[in-house]
Design a protein around this ligand. Structure first.
Ligand code: UDP
Ligand code: MG
Length: 318
């Protein structure tokens, strides 16, 4: 029996480019392979004609399945919905906008056939608009203990079935797909790719979204931010203790030999303002963690599939 390769493609408002991507990039590469193919298109609540276009062109294609989420859940959840529904011996995640070069797929599969569990595409040269953003992102992640994170590693990946099965057991809502895959700990192999510019449309990840994703990613994978603020708190206490002692001895015990003539009220108000700031910041951080607990504690399903719009997936069968 032939092995099956599944390809998961998250789509959000990709009506302009999706058919071109499938017919000119993805399908030509896949049809040259000696595997059975399953393409899982996950529509992440597009409000344009993405679903209609796909159904019109590929509605009868047995290899192409469609999962239509009931609303926009975000790329990470869309990928998860796709991964949950794959049957392939290997699963490839690729963006719908043509930025992940489909030509790399045979190379990724070759590495997998040589027993790689995970094949991760790494940006050869960084040409994206999020250049600085992604640098800061990786620095922050590394500082916070995600040591085995490779700079430039993308969501463009091949995962062995055993990895996907483990991935599917992870229930959290606040998720960064590549973070979770890294967390699993399987050895990874890498292929260098040159990312392209978007075929059409605009990137849907705004800077604001990326910053939030980074913050959430940090709070969900690492306690380091909390610990850093612990250190800052201790540092401030030590410094203010020393300063306080200095003022006490210099001004009040020795009678101001240095002629500084500091008013006690000034020193006090500076300290208090500083400490109030510190308390506020650490409260904000605590709130971040609590809000995550809140989301997880509700135990809601990760995503909702619109069964009437979807086709060919196992959840859809009655
Ligand atoms: N995407 C998605 N849901 C979203 C945002 C994006 O499924 O809420 C998809 C999008 O259609 C594309 C991929 O995720 O296939 C990457 O999105 P985008 O190109 O906007 O991000 P970037 O390339 O800037 O990382
Ligand atoms: Mg893109």
């Amino acid at each position: 029996m032939k092995k099956v390769i599944s390809v998961v493609v998250p789509m959000f408002n990709e009506a302009d480019g999706i058919i071109g991507f499938l017919s000119k990039q993805l399908i030509p590469v896949l049809s040259g392979l000696k595997y059975d193919i399953e393409i899982i298109l996950v529509d992440d609540g597009s409000v344009d004609k993405t679903v209609e276009k796909v159904v019109e062109k590929y509605g009868d294609n047995e290899e192409i399945k469609l999962i239509a989420l009931a609303r926009n859940f975000g790329k990470e959840i869309a990928l998860t919905a796709g991964l949950n529904n794959t049957i392939g011996d290997a699963v490839i995640m690729i963006d719908a906008d043509g930025q992940h070069p489909a030509e790399m797929i045979p190379k990724m599969i070759e590495k997998w056939e040589h027993s790689a569990y995970i094949v991760t595409a790494v940006r050869g040269e960084n040409t994206t608009k999020h250049k600085i953003g992604s640098k800061i992102y990786y620095k922050a992640m590394k500082m916070c203990g995600n040591k085995n994170m490779v700079v430039g590693a993308m969501d463009y990946r091949l995962l062995d079935r055993s990895v996907v099965d483990e991935f599917n057991k992870m229930p959290e809502h606040n998720r960064l797909t590549r973070g979770l895959v890294d967390w699993l700990g399987y050895p990874q192999e890498y292929v260098k790719v040159h990312t392209k510019s978007r075929m059409s449309g605009k990137p849907t990840y705004s800077h604001k979204k990326l910053i939030m994703l980074t913050i959430d990613g940090l709070a969900s994978t690492s306690r380091t931010p909390l610990i850093i603020f612990g250190y800052i708190g201790v540092g401030i206490m030590v410094v203010s203790l020393i300063l306080g002692l200095f003022i006490l001895i210099q001004q009040y015990i020795l009678g101001d030999p240095l002629k500084l003539d500091w008013s006690g009220a000034v020193a006090m108000s500076v300290f208090i303002a500083f400490l109030v700031g510190l308390v506020l910041v650490s409260q904000a951080i605590t709130a971040l963690y609590i809000s995550q607990i809140h989301v997880e504690a509700k135990g809601r399903p990760l995503y909702i599939i619109d069964k009437r719009k979807s086709k060919g997936i196992k959840n859809e069968e009655k």
